[in-house]
Design a protein around this ligand. Structure first.
Ligand code: 8YV
Length: 337
């Protein structure tokens, strides 16, 4: 029987059959997801939601046929490279798979799946929220009110900037980049300029491609980052790129903290080189430098891009669908490698 160090092992309906694959779930999941898992597999849940140590992750790889993980579990080469590994599939809860060494997983024939599509709208909604929060000085204004420093209406203090007619620069015009741009254009009346490494054919709203990231940085009133967190993208938005931004412009990131030189960004915000920002992702989460916390011209959120009840259910169900397909010897709906 399943015997992991965690405090909860739950066994699905079909425990007694040896043929039922064993799935280990690294984080607490929505009820509907647990139910579907237990109807199909022998399941080990993590009810306390305690993070796995490296040793526990390796033990999981030795004991489970499949693992349902989240962004908090780092499947590095070191972790994956064990001789007696049983796990054949890692179904990740989320679209970004930068926490898994895909190249190594592939070389060991470990299948990796993700959950694209279902979180696009929620993440784009949050990018728009951050654009509005940054440009309307939401954090500063709310802080003033809560600190009892609001003395009443002023026609001239703490003014933000209007979005209509301003240019939103999208870096990474994938699903979420497009959904953010569409909202900005159609709902807020913004112009859109974007950079994407590969050619984007069909865009059903006005959007102008730029030649390079630098062009987007230069031309935009608001820059919004939608790049995958692959190693090749780490630090791509560096000091030089940030220095190209317009004075009084704003910086938004809902993708991965690692794609931005966080120190350079903090400096640009601190010196008011740029007017403000909105960040849902950070380098080395959940550690946030005090120098960023101290700034009042940036809204900071704890990686909640996909955090709605509906979307988290859908993400989990898609992860389970991937597992069911894999063990049913069918094509997984969203296989990465
Ligand atoms: C998830 C995300 O919440 O999907 C992603 O890549 O960053 C988030 O929306 C996270 O990955 C949970 O594992």
């Amino acid at each position: 029987m399943y015997n992991l160090a965690l405090d909860c092992t739950e066994i699905g309906d079909k425990l007694m059959s040896n043929a039922i694959p064993k799935i280990l779930v690294t984080r607490k999941m929505p009820d509907v997801v647990n139910k579907k898992l237990m109807a199909n597999f022998t399941v080990s849940l993590n009810k306390s939601d305690k993070l796995f140590t490296e040793v526990e992750l390796q033990r999981a790889l030795k004991e489970a046929d499949g693992i349902l993980c989240s962004v908090t579990e780092r499947f590095t080469k070191k972790i994956l490279n064990i001789t007696d590994r049983k796990t054949k599939i890692i179904a990740s809860f989320g679209v970004g798979v930068d926490h898994i060494d895909l190249k190594f997983a592939k070389s060991k024939s470990i299948v990796v799946t993700n959950t694209p599509g279902v979180l696009t709208d929620a993440t784009a909604d949050l990018a728009i929220y951050l654009i509005l929060a940054a440009t309307r000085k939401a954090y500063l204004s709310e802080k003033k009110l809560r600190d009892g420093e609001w003395t009443g209406f002023s026609a001239v203090e703490d003014l933000g900037v209007s979005l209509k007619g301003k240019t939103l620069g999208i870096i990474g015009m994938g699903r979420i980049g497009k959904a953010t741009a569409r909202r900005a254009n159609m709902a807020l009346g913004m112009k859109v300029v974007y950079f994407n490494r590969s050619y984007i054919g069909s865009i059903d709203f006005p959007a102008r491609p730029a030649q390079s990231i630098g062009h987007v940085m230069r031309e935009s009133d608001i820059v919004s980052i939608h790049l995958p967190g692959d190693k090749g993208n780490h630090g791509l938005i560096n000091e030089e790129q940030i220095s190209l931004m317009k004075d009084n412009s704003f910086f938004i990131n809902t993708s991965r903290g690692e794609v931005v030189d966080q120190k350079a960004l903090i400096e640009a915000l601190r010196t008011r080189k740029i007017a403000g920002g909105g960040l849902d992702v950070f380098e080395n989460e959940p550690n946030i430098p005090q120098s960023l916390i101290d700034l009042d011209n940036v809204t900071l959120l704890p990686h909640i891009g996909s955090a709605t009840k509906e979307v988290r259910d859908e993400m989990g169900l898609l992860a389970v669908e991937n597992l069911i397909s894999y063990f049913g010897e069918k094509d997984c709906p969203s296989r990465v490698v």
